[in-house]
Design a protein around this ligand. Sequence first.
Ligand SMILES: Cc1cc2nc3c(=O)[nH]c(=O)nc-3n(C[C@H](O)[C@H](O)[C@H](O)COP(=O)(O)OP(=O)(O)OC[C@H]3O[C@@H](n4cnc5c(N)ncnc54)[C@H](O)[C@@H]3O)c2cc1C
Length: 325
Amino acid sequence: MSEYKGLMVFAEQHEGRIHPVSYELLGKGTEIAQKLGIEVSSVLLGSEMGDEINELFYYGAEKVYYFDNPVLADFDLLNYKHNLVRLVNEVKPETVLVGATHLGRSLGPRVACALATGLTADCTALEVGDEGNLIQIRPAFSGNIFAHIRTTTRPQMATVRYKVMQKLDRDASRTGEIVRKDADIIDSVLKIVSKESAGGVNIAEADVVVCGGRGLKCAADFALMEELAAALGGVVGCTRPIVDDGWISKQHQVGFSGNTVKPRLYVAAGVSGSPQHLAGMRDSDVILAINADPSAPIFKVADYGIVGDLYEVIPRLAAEARQRS
Ligand SMILES: Cc1cc2nc3c(=O)[nH]c(=O)nc-3n(C[C@H](O)[C@H](O)[C@H](O)COP(=O)(O)OP(=O)(O)OC[C@H]3O[C@@H](n4cnc5c(N)ncnc54)[C@H](O)[C@@H]3O)c2cc1C
């Protein structure tokens, strides 16, 4: 096991732009590496990434392994996996971190399987344990406990949720070494015929999230949330039962099995505050809760609370916000 050294972050890119989860992983990776006195590297697969590569240095990478090939411009699972496995076998990092995005959740386990090592999925915290082992922490049993997991094989692999780690401040004076690697391109089942935008919201990036829960009586009443979100320049979120009932798509769901959000303002209306919901929003800067029940658990994490009927409170808040904008 001693032949494995260093920490490697998989840098995810879409259309030539690096996903911010990669910077968050570099931030955490730097903290861990400083404790252990090891190097933080990053691996990027893409095509003609240009100056974007430097962003990885600005956010903490000391070395970037870069595979440049037109086939790697878009996420081609077989080729990404094949080349990542080759690199890990060559460089032998002790730890490999991957964002728990759609792409990372698809890629990470396949790479771990090919390397015959363990992977902890969807981590929300990482610590350094005895003998420098990575302690991988993730919610378990429906989010009621946090499991602390240690991998006995190497490399130690984890996928980590977006918006749970802190990235370093961007420092354009940081530099590092780019190690260009030749991609070994294999026959792939992926053929991109045309590209279309999926549209929709990016709730994880929103500054303001207005979340509706089961305090709403019917799907049509969700318009109240949309009205307040529009007045505040934000997007709507929801609890899981709202998605289960088909009122709104899953991309709006906040919580353990949905999105993690960290907006400047989170408004929770008719939301009880289950542990599974809190797991996705408790780190918001300011939380405003509106609930008819003064003993609702959401008030324990709220910065401001209004005990009242959301059907009265939300239209008044929306009117006030519109007047001030
Ligand atoms: C494995 C697993 C994963 C899960 N993942 C998630 C997840 O990702 N996200 C998530 O949200 N949940 C998740 N859940 C579900 C979770 O356990 C709760 O059931 C859910 O969060 C409750 O949603 P709610 O707060 O909308 O509903 P409720 O708990 O029913 O709360 C409704 C609240 O509305 C209030 N209310 C009622 N009428 C009004 C009114 N007129 N005005 C103001 N307030 C009113 C009530 O007082 C109550 O507090 C998960 C569960 C499991 C088992």
